[in-house]
Design a protein around this ligand. Sequence first.
Ligand code: SAH
Length: 246
Amino acid sequence: MENKGKIYVIGIGPGNLEHMSQRAKDAISESEVIIGYKTYTNLVKDLIENKEVIDSGMRKEIERCNLTLDKALEGKVVAIISSGDSGIYGMAGIMHEVVFDREASIEVEVVPGITASNAAAASLGAPIMHDSCTISLSDLLTDWDLIKKRLECAAMGDFVVSLYNPKSKGRVTQIEEAREIMLKHKKKDTVVGIVKNAKREGENIVITDLEHMLEEDIDMVTMVIIGNEKTYVKNNKMVTPRGYKI
Ligand code: SAH
């Protein structure tokens, strides 16, 4: 008998229903089982009444993916959810890897979402209008030396840089070092946008610069966007010009 099971890896966007795609909503409503970190299943609680909901803690990603696959192999449609986009520091990669590893024959559909840097950028103005990159400061899975090298290259190339996972209770020095690396190549008045809880309840937007950025409150629900040499602030908006002559 053909297995009717399917896996959706869903990016639910920054954290309110209005910024979630219609495809994500449809996939959630089609799913019989919803699996995800509690904060994220809470965000979509209105959509998942009467479904089997499995909340799990952080750092249990492999377990969560194995469970998702087990349920799908039983013939269920299962949604595993990440905040933002599931393919950007989310669950999409590891879900595919677990399916590869177990040589399972199951359909996996990744449903894209608005990632934190895009959400924060919209709230700041238009800081990512030119070449940019995203760098996660979390060294749980990546060597800090490699992260430092990427920060250095990004700064040297004058990229706009979006920093994910900038600082947690246990990881406080990375953002300081990242700033120092930026200052090797970028001027200290380079514009920096800091958005906490972008496009969700409790949003807080700050525009500052490389010199003063550490005076601001930065934590694990914060996105830090460092401009390029042309980025400027006007009327409280952070804008990186594309180069149009107006
Ligand atoms: N898959 C997610 C990113 C997960 S990494 C996405 O695409 O957005 C987690 C980091 O993302 C957090 O530490 C924080 O830096 C950032 N983040 C996620 N949601 C955010 C939000 N609404 N506002 C600000 N930063 C957010």
